[in-house]
Design a protein around this ligand. Structure first.
Ligand code: GUN
Ligand code: ZN
Length: 456
């Protein structure tokens, strides 16, 4: 019997040195500490011990690390590979995955009624829910998503199958039981009482799984699905359990008009009035937020999930992320499946650049559209900060949990042909502009390989 003395687990007793789970990565690592400059570590050495990063250095540190951890697994990146932090999807609807690629002929409110609610209603059924939830978790992991903030449905019991799928497949996730008591079909609506009771039960059931991968998140669908009284009850639950919150805001002009009529105030104010704007709240879209609303979000520490594909496909509008960042509001990226068609944050990165570039055409020459380095930040550390987990994940720092992706830009039968040696930042650019799941070779969550090799 030996005791492991490393920093993250110095009290951990193991029965055999081989059981100490250590990996040593060598090669090129790219991550962000700030928004505008990705840090490149060439010829790097990174040691992962019991889920956490315990060492990052250059190649001169290799021998010493190898001696300290003689049984470590060595993972040597090739010259066309880079190690990047896991991608973070800050807004995705798991039960809408069957609708991916369908129904983009209607604007938001009609789309919800015609396509979205009927599909979510099917999740009353466990067998269907299990099939779809397992598929969406596997598909997002395949695209490099190590953390996802999921909307599930109003059905508390089958929502747990989404938590199970994340635990089984090894994805970090926030899982939201949706609250909907108004403006919904009669077979997909709750009473005020059942909405609150089911939310509390769902939270207990997720905690009962005792998994540090999944946690519940309070999820009023949007202002038009709830009312102030229900949101205030949800705010009490948030405070009792110290929970994150996710919902939608200012996505579509018709929606915004209806919110103003229903609440007699602006969208952000309606949420603030119900104590739902906190430093652990993430609001999807925010395309039409007014300056005073951005100020309010900044003051509250509330974040925006930017969902460029969905905003385009549902013809909602173009979100000016530069303006939101200037207002010092935190931003992450979301696929918003199935408002967005693809379960890929790689795609969200390039769409964020495209939309920002289109916005710049109508501005003067001082306006800078988002560049590849900035969207890489939004997809990693930015997303982590938006979800309030930046102390744990988002980049490569000693002490953080190891959520990471090995990207290879020279993969046969992928979308990319590779001709001449690229610099690390060129490999990253090719990944952002051309990459897909074929370029995602391995995915690690908490140091465990969840894609590639013997992971599935
Ligand atoms: N607003 C309320 N519900 C939804 C949804 O499911 N998707 C999107 N994009 N917006 C919403
Ligand atoms: Zn959404």
């Amino acid at each position: 019997m030996i005791t492991c003395n490393c920093a993250p687990c110095h009290h951990f007793v193991v029965f055999n040195a081989m059981a100490v789970n250590v990996q040593i990565f060598t090669g090129t690592f790219i991550h962000c500490k700030k928004i505008d400059e990705p840090e490149v570590i060439e010829d790097g050495v990174m040691v992962i011990h019991c889920q956490k990063i315990v060492h990052i250095g250059d190649s001169s540190t290799y021998d010493k690390q190898r001696k300290s951890f003689p049984t470590a697994e060595i993972i040597k990146l090739t010259p066309t590979q880079i190690l990047i932090p896991g991608l973070i999807d800050t807004h995705i609807h798991a039960p809408q995955y069957p609708n991916s690629g369908l129904g983009y002929d209607k604007p938001l409110l009609e789309w919800l009624t015609a396509y979205t609610y009927p599909t979510e209603t099917l999740f009353k059924e466990s067998a269907f829910a299990q099939l779809v939830y397992d598929a969406v978790v596997r598909k997002t992991i395949a695209h490099g998503t190590t953390t996802a903030a999921y909307f599930a449905t109003i059905f508390k019991d089958t929502n747990l199958l989404l938590a199970d799928a994340c635990i089984k497949n090894g994805q970090r996730a926030f899982i939201g039981k949706v609250n909907m008591i108004t403006l919904a079909p009669k077979d997909y609506i709750e009473t005020r009482e059942s909405s609150i009771a089911d939310t509390k039960q769902f939270i207990k059931d997720v905690y009962a799984k005792k998994s540090d991968l999944v946690q519940p998140i309070i999820t009023p669908r949007f202002a038009l699905s709830v009312d102030t009284e229900l949101m205030l009850d949800l705010a009490d639950i948030v405070e009792e359990f110290d929970l994150n919150i996710q919902t939608h805001i200012s996505e579509n002009k018709e929606e915004i008009d209806q919110v103003k009529k229903a609440y007699g105030m602006g969208y952000a104010e309606a949420y603030d009035n119900a104590r739902l704007l906190t430093p652990k709240t993430i609001l999807a879209h925010g395309i039409y937020l007014e300056d005073d609303e951005l100020k309010l979000l900044e003051k509250k520490g509330t974040s925006i999930s930017h969902c460029p594909s969905s905003n385009t496909l549902l013809k909602s509008g173009m979100c000016d992320v530069r303006k939101i960042l200037k207002a010092k509001v935190k931003v992450g990226l979301g696929t918003d499946v199935a408002g967005g068609a693809q379960p890929s944050i790689i795609e969200a990165m390039r769409k964020a650049i495209e939309v920002s570039t289109c916005i710049s055409f109508g501005k003067n020459c001082c306006y800078q559209p988002l560049n590849y380095a900035e969207v890489f930040y939004l997809a990693t550390l930015g997303g982590a900060a938006a979800l309030g987990i930046e102390e744990k994940v988002g980049n490569f720092e000693v002490g953080k949990e190891f959520d990471a992706v090995i990207v290879d830009m020279d993969v046969k039968n992928s979308a990319v042909d590779y001709f001449k040696r690229c610099t690390p930042l060129e490999l990253l650019q090719k990944f952002i502009f051309l990459g897909d799941d074929r370029n995602v070779i391995n995915v690690f969550v908490q140091g465990k390989k969840v894609k590639g090799g013997d992971s599935h």
